[in-house]
Design a protein around this ligand. Structure first.
Ligand SMILES: [Zn+2]
Length: 113
């Protein structure tokens, strides 16, 4: 039987990234840059490189530098990615038009419905 398992260290980073994003330790700096609070009071700047044709996210932490050859992302990049996904969902939600029942009824009237 063959199963696809996530290697333990990667899984741990993802889980820690989720925890950081959930604790809102991510500060957006704009243009795809984020300041992410890590352990021991350090903060690291993550660049999600969102405007590149070939996105290649980077982080200033030692963990990222140690693992970048293998393409493993650190927990800060994970946290920033999750934060970005969440805030995009949130802004989509706030952009939804707020129509009162009266406005809807008036437009339906105009359309002759
Ligand atoms: Zn990092």
């Amino acid at each position: 039987m063959s199963t696809t398992t996530v290697p333990a260290p990667v899984k741990e980073r993802v889980l820690r990234g989720i925890a950081i994003a959930a604790d809102q330790q991510v500060q957006p700096l704009g243009h795809g840059h984020y300041e992410v609070a890590g352990t021991h009071g350090w903060t690291y700047e993550v660049n999600l490189d969102v405007f590149s044709d070939d996105p290649h996210e980077t982080c200033g932490c030692p963990d990222y530098r140690r693992h970048k050859r293998t393409g493993t992302v650190c927990k800060h990049i994970t946290a920033a990615t999750i934060y970005r996904a969440k805030s995009r969902t949130a802004s989509r939600r706030t952009r939804l038009p707020k129509l009162s029942p009266d406005v809807v009824a008036a437009s339906l009237d105009r359309m002759g419905a």
